[in-house]
Design a protein around this ligand. Structure first.
Ligand SMILES: [Zn+2]
Length: 220
């Protein structure tokens, strides 16, 4: 519970970050962290396309550098992109200068990877700038700078699809138990979530469940 649905006290650590959208609207926002990678991200895009859903991808800059074609697929299919640092850094273990430079570098690689795409497509994908700190933490100093440059997005529900300790039905059960109006839901388009079987099992079923419950899907 403490992990899947962060309590108020944790949310107050970063008061201007977005943890949940409108609690009166029957909508959820799907987010995917740690891509883009060719082994998983195109599969996620196919599942989303089949369900007619747009989502937000918080990407690691080094993965964009390695897989710019996968990055472009995400942009071309009309999804939102957010920054997740270049090296997937832990805020508490890095100086503010190092951390902010890493965020900037990820942003530069995004611009580079889509420089020849239609400007309106790039604008829709990248603006306003979204940021999610890896592992959900950053120092107060890092936060105070970033909040002026980006919209910081945390989550209302993390599925824990990355966990080796959870079986696929438990990941789906997390969505069924904790999804609520305005939830920002976090999955991972990563090898961890893929090889443990959690994402392939839970994502399509979660989409079916949320739709059956009457949720619509919003973009950040
Ligand atoms: Zn991450």
């Amino acid at each position: 519970m403490f992990i899947e649905q962060p309590p108020e006290i944790v949310r107050k650590l970063y008061p201007s970050a977005l943890w949940r959208t409108d609690p009166t609207a029957k909508t959820v926002c799907l987010t995917f962290d740690d891509g883009p990678i060719p082994e998983v991200t195109p599969w996620v895009l196919d599942v989303l396309a089949r369900h007619g859903v747009k989502a937000t991808f918080f990407m690691v800059g080094d993965n964009i550098r390695k897989h710019p074609d996968v990055f472009r697929q995400v942009v071309e299919q009309g999804h939102r992109i957010g920054n997740h640092t270049f090296h997937h850094l832990r805020g508490f273990e890095n100086s503010s200068n190092q951390y902010l430079e890493d965020v900037r570098r990820a942003h530069d690689f995004m611009l580079e990877a889509c420089h020849d795409l239609p400007p309106e497509q790039v604008e829709a994908a990248l603006h306003p700038i979204l940021f999610r700190p890896p592992h959900g933490h950053m120092t107060w100093g890092q936060y105070m700078v970033l909040r002026h440059h980006c919209r910081i997005v945390m989550w209302d529900l993390v599925t824990r699809d990355y966990s080796k300790k959870l079986r696929p039905p438990q990941v789906l059960a997390n969505v069924m138990r904790y999804a609520r109006n305005g939830s920002i839901i976090t999955f991972h388009d990563s090898l961890k979530s893929w090889t443990n079987g959690n994402l392939p099992y839970a994502l399509p079923r979660a989409l079916d469940f949320l739709r059956e419950e009457g949720y619509t899907f919003c973009l950040l």
